[in-house]
Ligand binder design. Structure first.
Ligand code: TXA
Ligand code: MG
Length: 512
């Protein structure tokens, strides 16, 4: 079947197209349409045959019930046994909107639509295109998310087309959705009402209107052996093709941990994806990095979540590492979906960061224009198991100077580029917990310890690699002495690289 795709302007809805779409629904066909949460795959909710087609198009198990979408509150009464008083209150606050309520159904709703259940899920979406389609289609439109079962829900018409082109009659393209995660599901058949799926209408928002609200315990405890009350929540939904892992912890520590793992995995030859936030995206140095949204406006995270997961499927990465978000407000829904995508595989950032002793290595010489930058340049060329920021500092640097020309020449001969180098003075900032300070000779180490008493981890390079000779300055001496100095530094730096790698080797296996 050829799928017709029609662009719709939300502010000026083309009635001819809506009538065409409505009659497809009335004749038992399938029309995908935008809602404010995700795109839905619409069918006539009161037609059992249409429900069968929906399951077939999605490849969805038929015990997973569909949500019936309505556009007018007065239509609710016709499909449910009774409408509790409290529902008017809830509807007044949250309908139309991203909230689905579950009721005991009446005989008008076929069991095909409800996956064999005696209850029915009902939602009144806010999107104008959705509302007009529902009315054009007869008032009751069943609509699961318009993705192939098991793939991330679609937030654009393009996503729908990727999954369902050729399998459904029509797609109404209303652009990107607003919210990006599916509606909150609230079971009204129990007291107190119970949240079966978190969404943009949060527990706090509901409690403000109706008081006590329960939460399905399978949502709270990952290890629950009970089946979730919303049948669809038991499936490994929202799953990207790659193995996904969430790295939980303070944002800064999580960034360090993800960088650490990504560096390691890339070194081992894997293609790594990273789900970053606006606040962290610039800090990553390896991997395919995608920004999911801003921590200060988590709505943006919800909006981009499925798009980013789909993009990673295209990238064919082996692993995806994701930052975590606080589980409050919309964050509860975000973490529910990310958690499902990751099969609840979560690593604690602090468990990872503690496996790397140093993140920054600072070589120190007198004026930072020869020995220290040579050591730094050589270390940067070594194959290192972990990522380090490597730099050179001088004890006395009054103003920035270029590299000593003879050092430049030595490095050039070893094919090491040094253009743009400028000397920088050692300062208090260099003594972070994760910094290893390596002085070129003992007198320099003494001076550092005098000037910054009790600070940092300071050694001579010679001492750190169990060498026997210091590396004194060869300033003004012969070419041969310069060359010997270079050889000595090179030998020590290679040993240093080995030592760092040796320490990192066993720890790395614990990452995944
Ligand atoms: O935001 C949304 O709700 C989107 C848009 C299109 O409206 N729809 C959506 O539908 O997410 P779907 O089919 O992907 O997810 C429906 C969820 C499933 O987890 C299903 O098990 C649950 O709702 N559900 C439906 N009827 C139910 C019922 N009677 N009792 C318990 N859970 C039910
Ligand atoms: Mg779905």
């Amino acid at each position: 079947m050829e799928t017709i795709i029609k662009k719709i302007d939300r502010n000026q809805i083309d009635q001819v197209i809506m009538e065409e779409a409505g009659s497809i629904l009335k004749n038992g066909g399938l029309v995908a349409f935008p809602t404010e949460t995700v795109y839905g795959l619409g069918a006539n909710a009161l037609d059992e045959e249409a429900a069968k087609k929906t399951y077939a198009a999605k490849g969805r198990p038929s015990d997973n019930p569909l949500i019936v979408h309505i556009a007018r509150l007065e239509d609710l009464g016709a499909i449910v046994e009774s409408v509790p008083l409290i529902v008017d209150e809830i509807a007044a606050h949250f309908w139309p909107g991203p909230l689905t309520m579950i009721f005991n159904k009446n005989e008008k709703v076929p069991l095909g639509t409800t996956g064999g259940l005696e209850t029915v899920a009902v939602r009144m979406p806010d999107d104008e295109i959705a509302r007009e389609l529902i009315i054009a289609g007869g008032g009751y439109v069943s609509a699961p998310s318009a993705n192939t079962s098991g793939r991330p829900s679609p937030t654009t018409a393009q996503h729908v087309a990727e999954d369902l082109s050729g399998k459904i009659e029509m797609i109404l393209d209303g652009g990107s959705v607003d919210i990006g995660v599916e509606s909150t599901i609230l079971d009204m058949t129990v007291t107190p009402p119970m949240i079966l799926r978190p969404g943009a209408i949060t527990k706090e928002m509901l409690s403000e209107v109706i008081g006590e609200v329960a939460v399905d315990e399978t949502l709270i405890s990952e290890n629950s052996t009970k089946a979730p009350k919303a049948p669809g929540m038991k499936y490994r939904h929202y799953a990207p093709k790659a193995e996904m892992i969430i790295v939980d912890g303070e944002p800064e520590e999580a960034v360090r941990a993800i960088k650490q793992i990504a560096y390691e995995q890339v070194r081992l030859g894997y293609k790594v994806g990273i789900i970053a936030s606006n606040e962290s995206v610039d800090q990553y140095t390896t991997g395919v990095v995608k920004c999911i949204g801003s921590r200060v406006n988590e709505k943006t995270v919800a909006r981009n979540l499925y798009k980013v997961l789909r993009e990673f499927d295209e990238e064919e990465v082996d692993y995806i590492y994701s930052e975590a978000f606080p589980e409050a407000g919309i964050g509860t829904a975000i973490m529910n979906r990310l958690g499902k995508a990751a099969g609840h595989h979560v690593l604690q950032a602090s468990e990872i960061t503690k496996l790397q002793d140093y993140r920054r290595i600072v070589f120190v010489s007198n004026s930072a224009n020869c020995r220290a930058p040579i050591a730094a340049a050589i270390l940067r060329k070594q194959p290192l198991f972990q990522e380090y920021e490597v730099c050179a500092r001088g004890l006395v640097v009054l103003f920035p100077e270029p590299l000593n020309p003879r050092a430049e020449e030595l490095l050039a001969r070893h094919h090491i580029e040094t253009e743009g180098y400028e000397t920088v003075a050692l300062s208090e900032e260099e003594f972070g917990e994760d910094t290893l300070v390596l002085a070129m000779q003992d007198s320099i180490k003494q001076k550092i310890q005098n000037d910054y008493p009790g600070k940092g981890q300071v050694y001579t390079l010679c001492e750190f690699v169990n060498g026997s000779k210091e590396i004194p300055s060869v300033y003004g001496q012969t070419q041969e002495q310069y060359e010997q100095m270079y050889e000595l530094i090179q030998g020590y730096v290679k040993k240093l690289a080995n030592k760092l790698n040796e320490e990192a080797k066993n720890k790395c296996q614990m990452y995944t």
